[in-house]
Design a protein around this ligand. Structure first.
Ligand SMILES: Nc1ncnc2c1ncn2[C@@H]1O[C@H](COP(=O)(O)OS(=O)(=O)O)[C@@H](OP(=O)(O)O)[C@H]1O
Length: 390
């Protein structure tokens, strides 16, 4: 009997010990699960915050390489998931971002510019959500697209995606579908304009057709530039980090190096035939929805260009001369958002390199080549730019 009681006690003891062990294990697993879930959520939130706050350090901009590569043929259309509406993407309360909050911290004393906080009024009870771009800078590469986007982002009614998306022009990204595209966009209120820039869209049939089909009211901004100078800029984009002596001759951009003949089909040359790429867009979209701006105007008088853009985008006129600061050293305008006390932010080091000179014969050949094309563009736009050699 005593032996039986001892056995029973031992069994109960070991049962209780196992019970305690499993209970501890279960609590540990539960806590691990909760902490993992929290950190994933926090990373997600942090990323969304970064995007929506607009990490505006101009030096942190990342340019996707070869933005000037063009795509003229229509790629095979892939099935994309369009079966959703914006409302399905309204985040729950805990995920909603105060899109103005991070900006607030950057304000400094001596405010003499209009700040987002002071002048941006979200509609009552409005919830910031991700929205598809209502305005897109579609091109042309090396024509001031980054400066245009950066300057536009000073406006409290504009929310931008900083990096180039290339959704329509990169097959892999396009295959991810519209849901992916939407998730790249920053949070915005319903009275703000969401914008992205991908300078190769202008040469892409798919970009044009998809935007026309899904976002027919999308506002399109196009930057153009003296196409000869644009070639030199594209050359520098490719070879700027090579020692001057290590760089190939500039004619790699426009000559067939095997036959030593001019190559009008070279990508760098073709992109500059602006009327050819713009005509289909002008046929597809209302002229009122396309704003064409020259890099020369943006470089010399950004405020006038931005005033035109405010009108075009139907947003309140808010930018003023204090937002721009001319940097004597670089010869370019930099910008400030809140205060003239603020350190002006300039474009990153990829822009504004001193252009090397084209060989005189090549330069003449290129100007002669582009002259009739430029004329066609001017006729198309009913606007003339001074793109003769100065
Ligand atoms: N404010 C300001 N600061 C610096 N650069 C300015 C500015 N405004 C216009 N630009 C012009 O922008 C040219 C580069 O064009 P993109 O931004 O379209 O290039 S890219 O396609 O995104 O790589 C760049 O060309 P490069 O000077 O050849 O680099 C400039 O002419």
């Amino acid at each position: 009997m005593i032996a039986f009681i001892k056995l029973l006690r031992r069994t109960i003891n070991s049962f209780l010990t196992s019970l305690v062990f499993f209970a501890i294990l279960a609590v540990a697993v539960l806590m691990w699960g909760i902490s993992t879930h929290m950190s994933v959520r926090n990373i997600g939130k942090l990323n969304a915050m970064k995007r929506s706050s607009g990490n505006d350090d101009a030096n942190s901009y990342i340019e996707t390489p070869s933005t000037t590569e063009m795509e003229t043929s229509l790629p095979v259309r892939k099935e994309v998931d369009n079966s959703f509406t914006h409302s399905q993407f309204v985040p729950d309360k805990s995920e909603q971002q105060d899109i103005n909050a991070p900006e607030e911290k950057t304000q400094n004393k001596g405010l003499n510019l209009r700040s987002r906080q002071e002048y941006f009024i979200p509609p009552p009870d409005d919830v910031p959500v991700r929205r598809f771009p209502q305005a897109v800078i579609i091109g042309f590469g090396k024509c001031g697209t980054r400066a245009m986007l950066t300057f536009l982002s000073l406006h409290p009614y504009i929310v931008i995606h900083h990096e180039e998306v290339h959704f329509y022009t990169d097959d892999k990204l396009y295959a991810k579908g519209y849901k992916w595209y939407l998730n790249q966009m920053p949070f915005s209120y319903s009275n703000q304009v969401t914008m992205e820039k991908s300078p190769d869209y202008v040469c892409s049939n798919r970009a044009r057709q998809e935007i026309a089909e899904h976002f027919p009211d999308c506002k399109l901004i196009v930057l153009v530039r003296n196409p000869v100078v644009r070639i030199v800029s594209a050359f520098l984009q490719r070879f700027r980090f090579k020692e001057t002596t290590q760089r190939p001759p500039m004619n790699v951009m426009y000559m067939n190096t095997k036959t030593n003949e001019f190559n009008p089909n070279a990508s760098a040359v073709d992109v500059g035939i602006f009327h050819k790429h713009l005509s289909p867009w002008l046929r597809t979209f209302s002229r009122d929805n396309i704003l064409v701006v020259s890099d020369e105007d943006l470089t010399t008088d950004p405020l006038s260009v931005l005033k035109r853009a405010e009108k075009f985008l139907n947003i309140p006129p808010m930018l003023n001369e204090d937002n721009f600061y001319y940097n004597e050293t670089s010869g370019f305008y930099c910008c400030r958002r809140y205060s003239t006390d603020e350190q002006p932010r300039c474009m990153n080091i990829n822009k504004g390199w001193k252009h090397p000179e084209l060989p005189a014969d090549d330069e003449k050949m290129l100007y002669d080549f582009y002259r009739p094309h430029n004329k066609k563009l001017f006729k198309l736009l009913n606007e003339t730019y001074n793109w003769e050699k100065t």
